[in-house]
Design a protein around this ligand. Sequence first.
Ligand SMILES: CC(C)(COP(=O)(O)OP(=O)(O)OC[C@H]1O[C@@H](n2cnc3c(N)ncnc32)[C@H](O)[C@@H]1OP(=O)(O)O)[C@@H](O)C(=O)NCCC(=O)NCCS
Length: 169
Amino acid sequence: MLLRPATLDDLPLLKRWDVDPDVRAATGIDDDDDWGWEDSFALDGYDTFLAEVDGRPLGVVQILDPHRDATKYWGAMPPGFRALDLWIGAPEDRGRGLGAKMLRLAVERCFADPTVHTVLLDPLESNDRACRFYEREGFRIVGPRRFGEDDCLVYRLDRPTQSGGVEWP
Ligand SMILES: CC(C)(COP(=O)(O)OP(=O)(O)OC[C@H]1O[C@@H](n2cnc3c(N)ncnc32)[C@H](O)[C@@H]1OP(=O)(O)O)[C@@H](O)C(=O)NCCC(=O)NCCS
């Protein structure tokens, strides 16, 4: 598996995945809406990658720098954090260990920047399976938080060499 930058050519595929019921349930995307790919491609602080196996794209990872994010989704944040959104597009590709690989590659990419000390996730509180998956992958709960109309659980993973982690929030 590799992560490669998404391009405008990937929009049809990304929008197709957006209508998958599990993706809709996990992201809170409304029926007549999508993830807002065009906007996020253009926004400072958002990097979008497709996960590919043997050249076949099967999932998407968005890495956000909350400090640079003009939308201030995470509020006013100091540098050194990254936040992830990820999903596997098709049901038949889920539950086969591909998400774990994708998450590990995304985390590796975040920590490749030596200034990054913490990776954040904000699954919907109702998404039990995703929460269990993140916990199994070593993320620990920070606590519940409401983002807009979404009740989420915030998780963090600290850079492995760090003792104790940076205090937040
Ligand atoms: C969450 C997700 C990325 C995990 O990737 P994956 O390849 O399915 O996960 P793995 O095979 O590495 O691990 C399996 C675990 O994934 C979790 N999981 C979450 N949603 C799942 C789904 N729809 N199908 C299968 N497993 C899912 C479960 O914890 C599962 O373990 P379990 O069978 O003990 O419940 C992927 O399932 C997915 O994209 N789900 C739909 C959208 C979503 O929930 N995205 C997360 C948004 S925060």
